[in-house]
Ligand binder design. Structure first.
Ligand SMILES: [Fe+2]
Length: 209
């Protein structure tokens, strides 16, 4: 059954390396705000649609609510991907035989080059996200910079590995200029099995190898 609204998901992540419980507690609250705001926008839009039309007078407010969907939906979903690819006692690298490693090698030449690219995207100035996407058409991986939450996502591509590089993700633990240290901490807590499960073209990639 299609749910009427979105529910805030729970993530058990206390005790990470280099990302404090205090940061996580604050970050979960921010994420919860995106879920609530997504639901609120949908309710407001549904109210407007109740009489079966969008009046000329309603159009400015309706347009603003609809434009904000991109920010709130992506703010909700990207945080779920981000928390979902972290774990206590993470592994620094994916297994040698993993489909992710194979896809990274085929897309970038080597896992190390993929990692350099992904971490470098994360170090770009500005607030946003570094995201490794999979092109579901051919299994190719590419790393992208997402400004805020909604600018730069590729339509139809699937997020495989998501790193939040807004300052709220690390400012309680590191200075603003220490983002590279946070990126190291992110990699120290990575759940590569979760990343592997997201890869849709796993079969195709291993067949081609
Ligand atoms: Fe965040």
């Amino acid at each position: 059954m299609v749910p009427k609204s979105y529910k805030t998901k729970e993530f058990d992540l206390s005790g990470l390396t280099g990302i404090s419980d205090k940061t996580l507690e604050m970050h979960f609250k921010l994420y919860d705000g995106y879920v609530k705001e997504t639901n609120r926008l949908n309710e407001k839009i549904a109210e407007t649609l109740k009489d079966g039309k969008v009046d000329h007078e309603e159009m400015p407010a309706y347009s603003e609510l609809t434009r904000r969907l991109g920010f709130e939906y992506n703010g909700m979903v990207l945080h779920e991907y981000y928390f979902g690819n972290l774990r206590r006692k993470g592994e620094p690298e994916p297994e040698k035989s993993s489909s992710f490693r194979k896809a990274a090698e085929q897309s970038f030449g080597s896992f190390e080059t993929w990692k350099t690219d992904f971490a470098s995207v994360g170090k770009m100035r500005g607030v946003g996200w570094a995201i490794c996407f999979e092109d579901l058409e051919n299994g190719r991986l590419s790393n992208h910079w997402i400004t805020l939450h909604e600018v730069g996502n590729v339509a139809g591509f699937k997020p495989i590995l998501v790193m939040d590089v807004w300052e709220h993700a690390f400012l309680l633990d590191y200075k603003p200029a220490e983002r590279p240290k946070y990126i190291d901490a992110f990699f120290a807590n990575l759940d590569w099995k979760a990343v592997e499960r997201r890869l849709r073209a796993a079969d195709r990639v291993s067949r081609a190898a």
